[in-house]
Design a protein around this ligand. Structure first.
Ligand SMILES: [Ca+2]
Length: 422
């Protein structure tokens, strides 16, 4: 297991690099952490982040931001106070909670394959996945049965990349979330050799070539960069929805979420009210915004962004209202995880449930299906902290409003219809 490195705090340097590329980009938390930029493969250091006001616990990024053309995973986990519930079940939203919140069927997806693309490997992945699925009464999914396949970016079962603690938690999160929303889907884990966009993109293409109906990507760059367009071809996979996390850095744009060919997934805070009803607001950490480099796809109709607007849809991502995940490699077992890394695989599972993934070429389904009743419209919250003078002007780019908004797209699923294609 890779040893965690001590975080080096470089808020001024990183902030300067960010403002040079995206004027309004900044982090919603108080500090940045970076390991040595010239060696992103060692970037498993973590940044301890004080919980925002009103939230409990301490949250840590599983992967610290790294400079393009590398990507970091977008999982953020709770490091303290994760105790089982009074009835002994894991804390954090479980599989049935997620299906209830998003009005999803308890069965479905049989015959469909959801791929999860991550960097590096998690040596405990199969036994940890089995524990998650057993806890929530989901059918077994093993390599022996062929339900679970684990390959490297070239599609081979060995050698797998070296383990990495941060990405290992991401792998567990991704497979657990697809299992929760699409219990009968087959799972294909494709592990890239590194966190470079070239390796991750190669893994996406391999996933499609190995039969993935849907590909989930819970990673991205910390900022946009001009050369991102050179990596878009990896994500142009007609007939295969490519689902990407919008990012955990607040109001800012990340690649590949900003690609025209993907469904960009933002994040919410998810709450179950006393009467059992669910409510959601914009998670303060979710990415959103208007691309500096990628043209606006014809299916986007929002008025104040002339380029590709992020995002398209959303699901739970606030670690303070996070999901239960089982991981024995980087954690001691059950933990609570959030970040838009949770949201993307949730949406990937819903795509598989529609049975119409083969008709999806881009992120347009939520835009084409925005009829009333298919989404829970998120109308409150923002990913711009009020303490910052630079804002998006309280516009839909950074604020939850009635109808479309950047942080949550057209909202969160209410059933599978919002992602169906014809
Ligand atoms: Ca909205």
């Amino acid at each position: 297991m890779r040893t965690r490195t001590t975080a080096i705090w470089l808020p001024v340097v990183v902030a300067a690099a960010l403002t040079a590329v995206v004027p309004f980009a900044y982090r919603t938390t108080t500090s940045w952490a970076e390991t040595t930029p010239t060696d992103p493969a060692t970037a498993t250091g973590v940044a301890e982040t004080a919980a925002p006001a009103g939230e409990t616990g301490t949250f840590v990024d599983a992967c610290p931001p790294v400079a393009p053309p590398h990507a970091s995973c977008f999982a953020r986990y709770q490091v303290s106070g994760v105790e089982p519930l009074a009835d002994g079940t894991p804390a954090g939203f479980g599989a049935a909670d997620l299906r209830s919140a998003y009005d999803l069927p308890a069965t479905g997806g049989s015959g469909h394959v959801v791929a999860v693309v991550d960097a590096y490997s998690n040596p405990n992945v199969e036994t940890d996945l089995a524990a998650y699925r057993a806890q929530y009464g989901l059918p077994e999914c093993t390599t022996a049965s062929g339900c679970l396949r684990i390959v490297n970016q070239d599609g081979e079962a060995s050698p797998l990349p070296e383990p990495d603690a941060g990405w290992a938690l991401e792998i567990s999160l991704d497979l657990d979330m697809v299992s929760a929303t699409c219990p009968q889907c087959q799972l294909l884990l494709v592990e890239a050799n590194s966190s470079s966009l070239e390796d991750l993109g190669t893994a996406v293409a391999t996933a499609v070539s190995l039969g993935a109906d849907v590909v989930s990507n819970s990673y991205g760059t910390s900022v946009e960069f001009a050369e991102e367009v050179d990596y878009e071809h990896y994500y142009n996979q007609p007939g295969h929805p490519i689902v990407v996390s919008a990012g955990d850095l607040g109001y800012s744009v990340s690649f590949p979420a900003v690609s025209r060919y993907v469904t960009a997934v933002g994040g919410t805070s998810l709450t179950r009210e006393a009467d059992g009803a669910w409510s959601e607001s914009v998670w303060s950490g979710t990415g959103s915004g208007c691309s500096a480099y990628i043209p606006k796809p014809e299916w986007q109709t929002d008025e104040n962004c002339p380029m590709r607007m992020v995002g398209d849809i959303a699901a739970v991502a606030d670690p303070a209202t996070g999901v239960a995940v089982y991981d024995t490699f980087s954690q001691s077992g059950w933990t609570i995880v959030g970040g838009t890394s949770a949201a993307a695989p949730i949406i990937a599972g819903v795509y598989a449930l529609t049975g119409t993934a083969s008709k999806v070429n881009d992120g347009s389904p939520p835009w084409r299906n925005r009829a009333a009743g298919l989404f829970r419209d998120v109308t409150t919250g923002t990913n711009v902290p009020s303490a910052f003078a630079v804002t998006c002007g309280n516009d839909y780019l950074c604020t939850g409003v009635v109808g479309y908004d950047g942080p949550t797209g057209w909202g969160t699923p209410q059933g599978v219809g919002g992602l169906a294609a014809s």
